[in-house]
Design a protein around this ligand. Structure first.
Ligand SMILES: NC(=O)c1ccc[n+]([C@@H]2O[C@H](COP(=O)([O-])OP(=O)(O)OC[C@H]3O[C@@H](n4cnc5c(N)ncnc54)[C@H](OP(=O)(O)O)[C@@H]3O)[C@@H](O)[C@H]2O)c1
Length: 185
């Protein structure tokens, strides 16, 4: 929801999602598309189809092309996997463009935002109304969790090793069979 609350995403804007195949990225692509943005996803060759299926209008394969060198500019760049930085993306942002990330040194983000037109914002969905909105989108089938693998509770260490490899597609689920509940990590 940082896309909406802090990024102030608007219909028709050009939005680039770096890490379109990760957990945060797969949700970001779907949400940006839902808000009517023209979405470009950045992922590897193996995940192009996935990013497109989630609503990305264009996909840049990071193994073949560096989006910062294309000359294209975006209203919002969302680094969903912490693989780039504001300084690298600065010239790929429009004049009042916003760089969104999952984490950033607060003072640095404030300094960038106070000393120029471009902004750095970060955060998570923690407002109850945002969580209700997300729940409603999920219930309406407009927002889906991409599940890569499922592991039973006793194989949690193996699940963590897989997640820490940094190449999961969407989410990995731990299943707790006895209570018939699932927990997402
Ligand atoms: N997941 C959560 O619930 C959560 C919550 C709060 C904060 N965070 C933070 O958010 C960040 C992302 O977490 P995540 O769980 O969403 O990540 P993730 O799912 O583990 O990210 C993995 C994905 O990133 C892609 N990727 C790797 N290098 C890339 C690159 N250079 N450019 C574009 N894509 C690349 C991988 O694709 P390839 O295999 O094709 O390389 C893979 O699909 C982390 O810093 C995490 O600590 C996550």
């Amino acid at each position: 929801m940082v896309l909406l609350r802090k990024g102030k995403i608007q219909r028709g804007q050009k939005v680039l999602i770096v890490g379109a195949s990760g957990s945060v990225g797969t949700f970001a692509v779907q949400l940006a598309s839902y808000f009517g943005a023209e979405v470009t996803g950045v992922c590897s060759t193996a995940n192009i189809k996935l990013a497109k299926s989630l609503g990305a209008h264009k996909v840049i394969d990071y193994t073949k092309e560096d989006f910062t060198k294309s000359g294209q500019v975006y209203d919002i760049i969302f680094d969903a996997v912490m693989k780039t930085s504001f300084s690298r993306c600065k010239n790929s942002l429009t004049q009042n463009g916003v760089f969104i990330t999952v984490d950033y040194p607060l003072l640095q983000a404030l300094w960038i935002s106070l000393t120029g037109n471009k902004k750095v914002v970060f955060g998570i969905a923690n407002k109850i109304k945002d969580l209700i909105f997300l729940r409603e989108l999920i219930e309406a089938g407009k927002l889906k969790a991409v599940i890569d693998r499922r592991y039973p509770l006793e194989r949690t260490a193996e699940a963590h090793r897989y997640v820490e490899g940094g190449h999961k597609k969407g989410n990995v689920v731990i299943t707790i069979a006895r209570e018939n509940k699932v927990k997402q990590i």
